[in-house]
Design a protein around this ligand. Structure first.
Ligand SMILES: Nc1nc2c(ncn2[C@@H]2O[C@H](COP(=O)(O)OP(=O)(O)O)[C@@H](O)[C@H]2O)c(=O)[nH]1
Ligand SMILES: [Mg+2]
Length: 250
C-alpha cells in the first residue's frame, strides 16, 4: 500500500473511532448520569493529599470532606496503611464544592521521610499538613513544632530537587487542629512558632505568595465550633484550587 492510501485509510479509521467514542459517551450519559459524573471527577477533579502528625485529625478531615461528619460524632478507626485512591465530590454547601479526583489517607505515625516520599510519588495539587498541639502516646512522637520543622525542611528539599512535584503543587495549607483542647495563650504561642518555621524554611523558596501559606487553627469537634472551623478550611482549599497559581518561583 502506498503512503498516500495508508494516510487516507488512517484518517477514515480515526473518524470512525472518534464517532464511536462520542456515540458511546452519549449513550452512557443517557443511561447513567452517575457514570458521567464519575468521569468528570476523574478528569477534572483535584488530586489532594493530607499528611501530618499521628492522630492530628487527617482521617476526621477526610470524613468531613466526604460526608460532613465530625470527630466527636463519628469516631475514626486508626489508619494502618496508605488507603486506596479515594475519588469523591465535596459539597459542604454554597461555594464549598469541588471534585476530588484522587486522595489518600495515610497513617500518621509514618516517619516524616516516608510521608515526604508519599508526596513525591503522589504529586498532589493540594497538600494539607495536619498538626496537633497534644502529646500522643505513639512511637517516635514529636511536638508539633519539631515535627513541622523536619517536615518543612524535607519538603523544601523535595521541591527544589523534583520539578514535577513542584509544578503540580498549587495549594499548601497547614492546619493546627484540636485547638479546642488547649488554652488561647498556648495556641497563640504555638502558632507563632509554626509561622516562624514557615518563614525560616520557605522564605527564600516561595514567591510573595508565601503570604498565602499560613497556619490555620481548627477544631473538627462539632460541639466546640467545628462546623464553622471546618468550613473555613474547605473555603481556603477551594479558593486556592480555583486560583490555580503556581506556588514557587519559576
Ligand atoms: N479534641 C479533638 N479531637 C479530635 C479533633 N479532630 C480529631 N479528633 C480526635 O482525635 C483522634 C484521632 O483523629 P484521626 O482523624 O483518626 O487522626 P489521624 O490519625 O490524623 O487520622 C480521634 O479520636 C478523633 O476523634 C479535634 O479537632 N479536637
Ligand atoms: Mg488516620
Amino acid at each position: 500500500m502506498d503512503p498516500a492510501t495508508a494516510l487516507i485509510i488512517l484518517g477514515i479509521l480515526q473518524k470512525i473511532a472518534v464517532g464511536a467514542g462520542v456515540a458511546a459517551l452519549l449513550k452512557l450519559a443517557a443511561k447513567s448520569p452517575e457514570a458521567v459524573r464519575w468521569l468528570r471527577r476523574y478528569v477534572l477533579g483535584s488530586n489532594i493529599l493530607v499528611v501530618g502528625q499521628a492522630r492530628a485529625g487527617k482521617t476526621s478531615f477526610y470524613n468531613y470532606l466526604k460526608h460532613g461528619e465530625f470527630a466527636d460524632t463519628h469516631p475514626t478507626e486508626p489508619t494502618d496503611r496508605v488507603s486506596k485512591p479515594m475519588r469523591f465530590p465535596v459539597n459542604r454547601g454554597a461555594d464549598l464544592q469541588f471534585n476530588v479526583s484522587k486522595a489518600f489517607d495515610i497513617p500518621g505515625d509514618l516517619p516524616v521521610s516516608e510521608q515526604i516520599d508519599i508526596v513525591r510519588r503522589k504529586r498532589p495539587k493540594a497538600l494539607m499538613i495536619f498538626l496537633s498541639p497534644l502529646r500522643e502516646n505513639v512511637e517516635g512522637w514529636l511536638p508539633a513544632d519539631e515535627w513541622f520543622g523536619q517536615f518543612t525542611a524535607q519538603l523544601r528539599s523535595l521541591l527544589v530537587l523534583d520539578h514535577k512535584v513542584a509544578k503540580h503543587l498549587r495549594c499548601l495549607k497547614v492546619v493546627l487542629n484540636k485547638i479546642d483542647a488547649i488554652n488561647d495563650a498556648d495556641r497563640e504561642q504555638l502558632l507563632d512558632k509554626l509561622h516562624g518555621i514557615l518563614e525560616e524554611e520557605w522564605g527564600k523558596l516561595f514567591t510573595t505568595r508565601l503570604k498565602n501559606v499560613k497556619v490555620i487553627p481548627c477544631t473538627l469537634r462539632k460541639d466546640k465550633g467545628g462546623e464553622l472551623s471546618a468550613k473555613v478550611i474547605v473555603l481556603e482549599l477551594v479558593s486556592c484550587l480555583r486560583k490555580n497559581e503556581t506556588l514557587l518561583k519559576p
